[in-house]
Write a new protein. Structure first.
Length: 278
């Protein structure tokens, strides 16, 4: 019986992991299709598509899935997707931004509003939370690609504003309008990137109280689980749903003060692709 119980436990965990992977692949496929539909189908000529494909590869999405998603963009029939942003306040009045990619804005608005209401939060109007954040282009590079000594000079020459080296990756910041120019300059030296994203960075952060951690984490997990919330794949240090959230994961918990802003990082993939205006 012990062996059977162990097998059942493994089977359950695998089933849960497979279900989560399927959701991630579905969101990534949608972003790839939309990016290819709005621009060139050649990633070299389409920055948004290039970033979407990089995110998919980071999530170990099969090459066939990526190619099917690109091919799907040529279909003359099908859904028309649009990017929508929602702002509000989560548990403990933490400022939150949620970015979505949807083909039915009424469904999405209803789902997001319900998630906020059922988890001690409230959906606000445009501008109610975003003033607590600044938007930056963020490019992440594995430390295996380049040393800490060399990345700083390279980032400056590429046009970046700041370069921060963490334990296993470099994080380069630049203005949103310059993200793809900076990335193009970096690509002359760097072959592989962890992610290239537009992120909302909280202006103020504090450590969240331990008794509130589970409530906040569950709120973000439920948001991330919604099919229309966009993904930001970064397995190393994802700032995903930023309380300004637009991405989500498991917190190492840097949370915003009530009414100010939150920044949650997660251990799993988070979601959110670059905004269409870039």
């Amino acid at each position: 019986m012990a062996g059977h119980s162990h097998w059942a436990g493994i089977k359950h965990k695998k089933g849960k992991a497979d279900k989560q992977r399927s959701k991630i692949f579905s969101k990534l496929s949608k972003e790839i299709t939309v990016a290819a539909k709005l621009g060139d189908k050649d990633p070299a000529m389409n920055p948004r598509l290039r970033s979407a494909i990089q995110a998919a590869r980071s999530a170990n999405m099969p090459k066939d899935n990526i190619e099917r998603a690109i091919d799907k963009s040529s279909a003359t029939t099908g859904s028309n997707f649009e990017n929508l942003r929602y702002e509000g306040f989560g548990p403990d009045k933490i400022a939150v931004i949620v970015e979505t990619l949807t083909d039915n804005k009424n469904r999405t608005a209803s789902n997001i509003r319900t998630i906020f209401q059922k988890n001690g939060g409230s959906l606000g109007t445009q501008g109610s939370a975003s003033h607590n954040f600044k938007q930056l282009g963020v490019i992440k590079i594995d430390k295996k690609e380049i040393s800490e000594e060399n990345i700083l000079e390279l980032a400056i020459d590429a046009g970046a504003d700041e370069c921060i080296s963490h334990s296993d990756f470099h994080e380069i910041h630049c203005p949103v309008s310059e993200i793809y120019n900076v990335k193009k300059n970096l690509e002359k030296t760097i072959a592989n990137f962890i992610s290239t994203e537009i992120e909302w960075i909280p202006l103020n952060s504090v450590n969240i109280q331990s008794e509130k951690k589970d409530v906040v984490t569950d709120f973000f997990a439920i948001l991330e689980d919604d099919a229309d919330v966009t993904l930001n794949i970064n397995r190393r240090s994802s700032p995903s749903i930023r309380s300004v959230i637009s991405k989500i994961t498991h917190p190492t918990l840097l949370l915003g003060t009530p009414g100010v802003g939150l920044n949650i990082t997660t251990s799993g993939p988070s979601l959110s692709m670059p905004s269409p205006e870039v």
